[in-house]
Every structure is written in structure tokens, then in C-alpha cells.
Design a protein around this ligand. Sequence first.
Ligand code: BYC
Length: 349
Amino acid sequence: MYAQMVDTGVKAVQAAADMTADEKAFQARIDADIRVEPKEWMPEAYRRTLIRQISQHAHSEIVGMLPEGNWITRAPTLKRKAILMAKVQDEGGHGLYLYAAAETLGVSRDRMVDDLHAGRAKYSSIFNYPTLTWADIGTIGWLVDGAAIMNQIPLCRCSFGPYARAMVRICKEESFHQRQGYDIMLALARGTPEQKAMAQDALDRWWWPSLMMFGPPDAQSVHSAQSAAWKIKILSNDELRQRFVDQTVPQADYLGLTVPDPELNWDAERGHYDFGPIDWAEFHNVIKGNGPCNRERLRTRVKAWEDGAWVREAAMAHAEKRAVRAAARVAPPAGADGGERTARVDAMA
Ligand code: BYC
């Protein structure tokens, strides 16, 4: 359906001349900022794009629980431990809202989980890096949640209703996450020289992978043009990356830490920071499955799924029992003329 630009694989926007009448009417509604709801007609490619992006996003939240979960037993104080547990639980909740939003598009949760476990589905590159010290937990909150918010605030205005609404709540929670991360960094940066060095080391390791979270440069972003036309993407990968750098560098300055980029420079004319080249070979290698932790992350997810089978079975058995009991309660006494009502309750169960 789309014209492919041969050299980069970047997809062009579908031209109005190639659209059916339904597609033209759909695009006109998008252009008028009318939200799309699940039961309304939508082009198959729009549905597929959303299923791809929302399910990848859901997987990122669920896999994102792992690097932080790794530090729950080793948090330095009871208070930090309680906060980290709440944050990791929030990420699980975000995954569930997002799986539910994707389900409204006609894909089953089992199918999405299966794709993740089989290595067919992507999730954010960032979660394939290890959390080596407590400062990594601060850095994830500060940089990774910071990048996530930067990307997700515009998604609150995206064209698909359930995704946009899920994003509102997720962004509120992410902003608490970002602040808790920055608070950890502040404590370390104001601590002993060893603590400050630990904070600097974490920034050195997480800075570039955080910039990669926004995806490939616009010129190489396969989906950007069409997603922008459909208002699934409001700001481009490069615009968001620039905003993130502009916001984060002064925060690093406040901490007294150095961003590991010798080319970082405030360009007064542009009103933005210039920054050095990103190692896109590393990014592609990580999303192909060859990052430092890809295999470990998938192994852990699959094991958690298998270990949780009894919980899912018990929940199903409990739901069935409740449905049978409810049906029995509503059933009329023998001989009464309530056959139709009983049948309806059985159908609901
Ligand atoms: N990692 O054409 P492009 C969180 C893929 S979780 C891996 O630019 P698009 C948090 C891309 O999927 C944060 N893959 O794509 C959780 C595509 O591959 P496919 C997650 C990436 O979709 C726990 C190909 O590269 N946030 O916040 O237009 C704790 C070409 O890219 C990445 C979201 O998911 C990457 N970084 O734009 C703490 C936000 N980047 O599908 C925090 C929602 C690109 O063709 N997603 N790829 O095989 C989006 O906004 C967009 O999907 C992206 C990419 C901006 C990420």
C-alpha cells in the first residue's frame, strides 16, 4: 500500500490519490482532531501500527520492571525500598493498561505475550542494559523515566482514544518516578566522594542508551511519516531527543555531574544544545537481541510467566465457581415460569 523509498526503507505517507473514500473520510477526521474509538472503522494499516506500538510499549513496561526489581532487596534504606517497590508495581500497572488498550484493537493478550516470549516482539532497547549499582536506580528514574515522559506527554494527545487516555495516567505516575530518581541522584551527588563517583559512573553508562530510547534519526525512522499523518506521533524522534537533552543537561549541572559528551555545547543561535554522534550500530545491535542483557531479560520473563501459571489457573477456577454460584442464586424455584431468565444468567456466566 505504501511507496517504499528504496535506500532507507523509510515509508512514505499514503497519498490522497491512493486512498479509498473510507480512508479519505478517516484522514479528514484525524485532520480535524477527532479521536478514533475502537468500534469505529479504521484502515487496517492504522490498526496494525497501533497494535505494534502499543504492544511494544506494554512489553517495555513489563520488561522494564526487571532491571529495577533487581535492586528491591538491596535498596539502602527501608524508605527507598518501599518507594522502589511502589515504582516497580506502577510499571506493571502501566503494562496492563497498555495491553488492555491494545486488546481493544482486536489482538489477544495471549498473542502479545506469546510474541514477546518468542522474541518476535520488540521492547525498548534501554532495558537490555544491566543495573550494576544503586546509582543505576537513580539514573533510570531520572533519565529513563525522564525520556519516557518526554515521549509520552505528546501521546496523551494522540488520535487513538484508549491509548491517549492510558497515557494521561501513566504520565502522572512517571513524573513521580522521575522525581524519585532525581532525588536518589541528589543524595548521591551530595554524599561522599565515592557516592558521587558512583553517580557519575551511572550517568556515563546510561546517557547514550537514554538518547537511543527515542528511536532512530528521523531520516531513518521507518514509521514516522505515516504515524505523524495519523497523529499517532505528534513530535518526531529527533525533536523529542533534542528536548530531552535541553531539559536534562541543566539537571546534570545542578547535580555537579558531567554529561559524557565532549561535543555537548549550548548553541545560543539555535537555542538548543548541540550534542555528539550517537552510536547507532550499538542501538541496532541491541534491538536485534544482542545487547548485554537481552537473553537474560527474556529468560526471566518466560520463567515468571511459567511460574505464574497456577495463579492464572486458580483465578479462572475461582471466576467459574463464582459464576455458577451467581447463576444458582438467580435461578427461580422449580416449576416457576423463569426459564428465560435463567438462560440469560447462564449466558452471562
Ligand atoms: N527500542 O520507525 P521508528 C518506560 C524500533 S517504557 C527498541 O522510529 P516508531 C519505562 C521501532 O519499534 C518506554 N526498538 O518507530 C518502563 C521500529 O521497529 P519495528 C517505552 C525501537 O514506532 C519501565 C524501528 O525501530 N516507550 O517508559 O515510529 C521503567 C524503527 O523505528 C526503539 C514507548 O514505547 C527503541 N528505543 O517510533 C521505566 C513509547 N526505537 O516495530 C520507564 C511509545 C525504535 O518496525 N512508542 N525502535 O520492528 C513510541 O513512541 C515509538 O514507538 C518510538 C519509535 C518513538 C519508540
